[in-house]
Design a binder for this molecule. Sequence first.
Ligand code: NDP
Length: 334
Amino acid sequence: KTGWGLIGASTIASEHMIEAIRAQQGHEVVAVASSSADRARDFAAKHGIAGAYDSVGKLLADPAVQVVYISTTNELHRDQVIAAAAAGKHVLCEKPLALDLDDAQQMVRACVEAGVVMATNHHLRNAATHRKIRELVQGGAIGRPLFARVFHAVYLPPHLQGWRIDKPAAGGGVILDIAVHDADTLRFILGSEPVEAVGVSQSASLAREGLEDGVMAVLRFDNGVVAQLHDAFTVPFAGTGIEIHGDKGSIIGRNVMTQKPIGDLLLRDAQGERAVPIDHEGLYARGVARFCAALRGEGEPAATARDGVRSLATALAIAQACRTGKSVRVAPLE
Ligand code: NDP
């Protein structure tokens, strides 16, 4: 069996990832590390996990742990990934990988040098809806893609109204939280890199300490596509979606910027409008399955470490564009 250690007694581990790991044959969750001994013990008891540690070092020293899943707050990812790599553990890390690009690149290098697999937990590219959109776009179903619109304004549930809205040092704010996913999803669908960002952010009601709880941004991709993003923590009733508009057709995804295996696709072109059938599949389970396959030497993780670096570079460009009121070049591929 391959043993997973959870670094972070987090909501995402509780709500999605433990189940996704347990869905993989031959994989088990063997330990959790928290900064608090009580939280580690409570979390382990609640989820039936054998090992509970009050430090990352203790978890990394456990020989039953071969893989770590890191879902602490964002400022901690860098040192935890680097320590995991040094201990020879494979790493599935949450987004955003880090708070700045140099740190993210350092994490990737540490994993390459240690010969461990590193992946980023961008779940949306595992959605059957987004995979179908990519297939349609890249197969020419809408002709030349010209524009994309991402509707990802949601209401942050009360149990998540913590560091995301009041801790800049932990990497809070809607840009690092949600726009980073949009960037990854668009890169995946378009097979193209964002090169330029403009944006205007908002701090309407939930966010404090200079953080933003809403943003509208525009990205230009290297294939010419212009993409509009709308992300928020403050909007309960907008609904989510994505649209890709080409010179021969449009794909409209509704209810697809979500953690759940749901949502509908429409394709509209000169032949009219029709629903595109989707075989939904759990997003996190598929992401973990691809990661486990990569551990066996079978292909790449769904979102690689490099994908995490690119989505972070894009989110940082959006944040800087909002701060400065200027167009910002997305840091080029390393
Ligand atoms: P949480 O706030 O639930 O957990 C983050 C950290 O907060 C935990 O590691 C824990 O620290 C600490 N914590 C948890 N409960 C308490 C408490 N009662 N009192 C004090 N501290 C507490 O964060 P999320 O699960 O929402 O997010 C974690 C990471 O996962 C982030 O990087 C986020 O961006 C990412 N994420 C990714 C998603 C995706 O779909 N890919 C979705 C949601 C989040 P300790 O471990 O030390 O106990």
